[in-house]
Design a protein around this ligand. Sequence first.
Ligand SMILES: [Zn+2]
Length: 339
Amino acid sequence: MTERLLHYLKCVICNACDFDILIEEKDNKEIRMGLLTCKKCNTQYGIKNGIAGFLIEPQEEITNELQGKREGLYKNGKLHDMASEEKILKMPYVHKEGEFGFYEGLAANFDAMLGKMKLFKEASILDVGAGNAWSTNRFAEIGCYAVATDISTVQFAGLESADFFLKKGTYFERIQADMNLLPFKDESFDYIFFNNALHHSSFIDKVLRQAFVILKKGGKLVLVGEPSYGLFSKKEEFGKESRDNRQINENTYRYFRYKKAVRNAGFRKITFFFPPAIDLKLSTGEFGWKRVNKNVFRLLHVIWSRLAGTWIMTVIKKILMLPAALLYNFQVHCIAEKS
Ligand SMILES: [Zn+2]
C-alpha cells in the first residue's frame, strides 16, 4: 500500500479514520511490510507483501470460502491450468476447455462495461472481490487510482497475484477485506465495481448500502455479470460444484432482487444492459449454454445471427430483457448513480 491509501481507510471496529503507520519495509512503489494502528481503538492491521489486512475475525462462511479458494487451485495435487503467471497476465482473454465460454463471456462483459463506464484519468475506483486483480490492473492502466479488495490473498486466486502486474509497471492498492465490512471512509470513491462478485455475499442489501455511502456524490456503482435465476432456472444447480466441493459462497438471487437492493440502497438513474456474454453466446452459437436446452439454444442462435447488427436486434434485446430475466438465468449488468 502507499500512504495515499490512508486518506481512504477507516477502522472496521470503531469507524475512526486516523491511523498510526509503522513502516518495516518499503520498495520504490509502496510499503511492503508494516503495521497500521487505529488511533482511537488501537486495533492493529498488518501490511504484508504490500497488502493491508482488514479481514478481522471473519465469519465462518468467509473462513470456509478462503480454505476452498486455496484448495481450488489444485487438481489431483497439481496446480490447475489457470494458476499460472502467464495466464493471469492475459486475463480475461484466456480460454478454458469445457467451460462453455466462461472466460470469453467474462471478457465480453468487461470490455462492454468499460466502454460504458466513462472512466477518467485519476478517477478513484474500488474493485470489490477482485480475486487475482486483473480488472483492477486494467483500471490502473487507464490511469485511475485503483483499489482491489478480496478476502483471499493467496497467489493465483487472490491479491498476491497483483505482484505479477506490478512487475510490469502499473500500480494499484490491495486490501484484504470482507465486502460485508468495507474499510473505507464515506464519499471516497468515484466508482465501485463488482465483477461477478456481489452474489458471493449473503447480505447484498448491506453491501450495496455501504457502496452508496462510500461513493462520492455523482459516483457510480457498476455491476458486471452477476448471476441471477428465473422461474425456469434450476436454482440449486447454480454454482453447485464450487459450493459443494470448495465451500464457495455461491448465492443465487433473482434479477428483481438485485434491482430492489440497488434502489433501496439509495441509487437513482439505474440502467440495466443486455448482458454482452449472452449476446456473444447467442450470436456465435459456439460455446453452448449450460442449463439451456440444446434445441432452444440452436433456434435462438439462428434468429440472433441473422439479425445481428440490425435495428430489429436492438429492439428485440430491449423487449427481451425483462421476460428473459424473469424466466431464466440472466446476468445482471448495471450502472447506477449516486445523485
Ligand atoms: Zn478503531
